[in-house]
Write a protein that binds this ligand. Structure first.
Ligand SMILES: [Zn+2]
Length: 439
């Protein structure tokens, strides 16, 4: 909890930096783009909007496809025909309350004729839509709104007393979480951030249809000053087949450790590995505990602590439902008492992937995950291990990596920190950075 709070404070101080020198050229460029756009048709869902009368609504309780069309002057034999022909693409019974739909009425209809829509568009999510074309050749198809990614930069200075009113502008809570959980989880203790610690970050925001903000998509690079140390982080894909991307410092050193400390994000260490444990239930005889227990609510996601292959996902005796993952020749981990597993034998999992959920199956007095850590076939105490660093970058990739990060590092170094606190500034100017469409 403490961690999240501090991160939240850090992010409030964010200022999105604008490089002033290049503005005139940038403005001219934007104007050019705007002029071109004006001449183009305005398309929505791939239709030239000017050609139609548009009726937008959402599915209400009790609505059905048939009733909606009936209200709009389409009769039953035709509704049946439409439903039949659209069936392979879209089952009209699956309309959900609250989802938007759009009806397109052709403009060329004569004044005295009854207005009938010729297209029905349903949006099951903000990205997807289904078009049911109801003209002579009835057909249906699914499509997606175009997605764009805008690259942005931001800086932040850790302060203690920042008014909460700015929190509303902090659309970047996700950004803070990414830095704390994904990038610097092994190198910076976010509970020990100091006032004056500061960071820069280059990230991409996701937009649907160029207008709908869909959150922070990815962090490309970051820089953090903490305790007098400067920590660079550059994202780089080391395995395109499995889609493994890691963060490395400027010398190609992986910032990630091979293992997470715990298999649950929020859990309490309830029983450590202890070979001499005595418990009352067994008459105070020695009952070694070769696992490490983390108590958490039933249903809490359990994560793979390292990349590996699932070698068991089953239910057996006192272990209850469990998953066992082989990481390499040396290490294997096992996760017991799940309410259910989320992976199958043979599946490759990445560090942090959800492999199951906390439960009470097998011998257990309460909901927890018993985490078992195997080294060379023997169960050991994970807290007493000097855990290996994550796989280093290969020599051949290292050259590629250094080439890849050179311009990004220069970009990071040229981002200036926002000086002074936002709180003291009467008119904080928060300007968007030069935007680059990368897709
Ligand atoms: Zn245990």
């Amino acid at each position: 909890m403490q961690l999240k709070r501090l991160v939240a404070i850090a992010i409030i101080a964010i200022s999105i930096y604008n490089c002033k020198e290049d503005n005139s050229a940038e403005e001219a460029y934007k104007k050019e783009i705007a002029e071109v756009v004006e001449k183009e048709k305005i398309l929505e869902f791939g239709f030239d909007i000017d050609q139609y009368i548009i009726k937008r609504d959402t599915i209400k309780k009790g609505d059905s496809f048939g009733e909606i069309l009936e209200r709009n002057n389409i009769g039953y034999p035709k509704i049946f025909q439409i439903a039949e022909k659209a069936r392979d693409t879209f089952d009209i019974r699956r309309l959900q309350i609250g989802k938007p739909y759009t009806l397109l009425f052709p403009k060329e209809n004569k004044e005295d004729s009854i207005q009938q829509p010729n297209t029905f568009i349903y949006q099951p999510s903000i990205e997807e839509y289904v078009v049911i074309n109801m003209k002579d050749s009835i057909h249906a198809y699914k499509s997606k709104k175009p997605i764009s990614y805008i690259e942005k930069t931001a800086t932040g200075v850790i302060e203690n007393n920042i008014s909460l009113t700015l929190e509303e502008k902090g659309l970047s809570q996700v950004l803070a979480n990414k830095m704390a959980d994904d990038i610097y989880a092994w190198t910076i203790d976010f509970r020990r951030l100091q006032p004056g610690d500061r960071f820069k970050v280059i990230y991409t925001d996701k937009y649907i249809d160029d207008t709908i903000y869909a959150g922070v998509h990815n962090v490309k690079a970051a820089y953090f000053e903490h305790n007098g140390d400067s920590l660079y982080a550059f994202q780089f894909e080391t395995d395109s087949v499995r889609g493994i991307k890691d963060y490395f410092n400027e010398n190609a050193k992986n910032l990630r450790r091979a293992f997470l400390k715990m298999p649950v994000k929020f859990g309490r260490l309830s029983s450590r590995y202890n070979l001499k444990r005595r418990i009352a239930y067994y008459g105070y005889k020695i009952r070694p505990h070769k696992g490490t227990d983390f108590a958490a609510a039933v249903g809490t996601p359990i994560m793979a602590t390292a990349n590996g292959t699932v070698i068991e996902s089953t239910r057996r005796g006192g272990n209850g439902k469990y998953v066992k993952i082989r990481h390499n020749d040396t290490y294997t981990t096992q996760y017991l008492h799940m309410s259910r597993q989320a992976v199958k034998k043979g599946q490759f999992v990445k560090q942090g992937d959800v492999i199951g959920y906390v439960g009470m199956t097998g011998n257990t007095g309460g909901p927890h995950v018993c985490y078992r850590f195997w080294k060379n076939g023997k169960q050991v105490d994970p807290f007493k291990q000097k855990l290996p660093e994550a796989k280093p970058i290969s020599d051949s990739l290292k050259i590629k990596f250094l080439e890849h990060i050179a311009p990004i590092k220069m970009q990071l170094d040229n981002i200036h920190f926002f000086e002074g606190s936002i709180e003291d500034d009467e008119n904080p100017t928060i300007t968007e950075d030069l935007t680059t469409d990368i897709q």
